[in-house]
Ligand binder design. Structure first.
Ligand code: NAP
Length: 379
């Protein structure tokens, strides 16, 4: 473990823990002791990660002692605070150096070693662009870009865009936990679990967090990034759980107010899936933002009402509410006609069987039975 500020000598650790006057230091010492209790050794070095010279000395010493290094976890960082226009250059440098220069130094000094992993602790700042965080955002953006660059060279690299950790670290120290973020803060246990999972995956960049859906639902906040189709659909499904079952929608487009039951039912489903409150029955599904994933979602909803009457290609073929309603109605009418014919055929067959039974039991003569059939009792 390489840190900028030296830890006190080990023989002082018990005394520091008993006094408990420096909570942060106590936590660090406890964490190291717990790791060592599980059978590992933690060597504590002191260096500025952006200092090529002193980092070189430490890395050479480690390689000599252990015959190599298996991986790097780069977590050094300084929180940014304050608008660039008022920020002294020195303060800006303190924020960007550990991440920008530090990453470069670590990569350069380990370039001839066979690392299994090179993990960079980045942040959601590259997605959220919080005012007053220009230096911190730039520093983390470098990590994200560097991860892509290094991984492309065939060297496994991962940049983790952490959301705020809610129990420890710089977000807690700077009182930066808030409910207004797009991403929910993560617990230490969940972060550790995520980290363990990520170690096994070949991903270059990841944001292990839960979206704060309430913020997305508010119409007054501009979202500075684009959500993938999968996440948008997931969001719609969540909204559906909390929304009243009957979404209200205003249909328009036809002269007069005559909208059939099918059109109104389809309008409600479109509103649910596309998030629209008003829709022209002649509008095209795709022109309102409907894509293949949303079509799948619409199909699932339609199947709840219409069963297997419609398939996925129909959603694009009968792409307006008007066309789809017409199609569904024609299919349901045909189905009804078919059922009626079947029903009539069943009744005729039953009557014929009755006449034949009566003929067999002697209740009817051959002439009487023939007459009944000719008279159209059975056609
Ligand atoms: N905690 C969060 O909520 C959160 C969220 C997103 C991303 N991250 C990222 O995760 C990483 C760890 O964050 P944290 O919360 O553990 O932060 P932290 O508690 O403030 O610890 C950061 C550590 O980095 C060290 N450091 C800073 N500049 C250095 C340099 N030039 N050379 C060597 N060490 C240096 C600090 O040393 P000193 O003790 O000398 O200051 C400190 O020990 C950071 O990169 C941060 O950007 C954290």
């Amino acid at each position: 473990m390489i840190n900028r500020t030296a830890l006190p000598d080990r023989d002082q650790w018990n005394g520091i823990q008993k006094r408990k006057d420096d909570t942060k230091l106590c936590k660090k010492i406890t964490a190291i002791m717990e790791i060592e209790e599980s059978g590992s050794s933690v060597l504590c070095y002191t260096a500025d990660v952006s200092d090529f010279q002193s980092m070189g000395v430490i890395i050479n010493e480690l390689v000599e002692k252990y015959g190599g290094i298996n991986g790097v976890i780069h977590g050094a960082g300084v929180a940014g605070d304050g608008y660039l226009i008022r920020k002294p250059e020195e303060v800006f440098r303190q924020v960007v150096l550990p991440k920008i220069n530090g990453t470069w130094v670590l990569d350069k000094l380990t370039e001839n070693l066979k690392l299994d992993f090179f993990i960079l602790f980045s942040s959601i700042s590259g997605y959220t662009f919080t005012p007053g965080q220009g230096d911190y955002t730039a520093a983390n953006a470098y990590l994200d870009a560097f991860a892509q660059y290094r991984d492309k060279k065939g060297k496994r690299t991962l940049s983790i865009n952490w959301p705020a950790w809610k129990e420890t670290g710089m977000a807690v120290d700077h009182n930066a936990l808030n409910n207004e973020s797009f991403f929910k803060p993560i617990s230490t246990a969940d972060a550790c679990k995520a980290f363990e999972i990520l170690l096994d995956k070949h991903i270059v960049r990841v944001l292990p967090s839960v979206l704060n859906y309430k913020i997305f639902e508010r119409g007054d906040i501009k979202i500075p990034f684009v959500l993938s189709e999968e996440i948008r659909v997931d969001n719609l499904i969540r909204q559906k759980i909390t929304e009243p079952k009957e979404a209200k929608v205003i249909l328009k487009g036809k002269l007069g107010n005559g909208y059939s039951d099918t059109e109104q039912s389809l309008g409600r489903l479109w509103s649910l899936v596309l998030g629209v409150t008003e829709v022209d029955v002649y509008d095209n599904f795709e022109s309102l933002g409907g894509d293949s994933l949303l079509a799948t979602s619409l199909l699932k909803e339609m199947q709840k009402t219409y069963g297997n009457l419609v398939d996925i290609s129909d959603i694009f073929t009968y792409s307006s509410i008007f066309d789809m309603a017409e199609y569904i109605e024609s299919k349901t009418n045909k189905k009804k006609e078919f059922e009626k014919i079947n029903e009539e055929e069943d009744t005729e067959e039953a009557r014929l069987n009755d006449i034949l039974d009566e003929l067999a039991s002697g209740k009817l003569s051959l002439e009487e039975a023939g007459g009944m059939i000719e008279l159209g009792v059975v056609e």
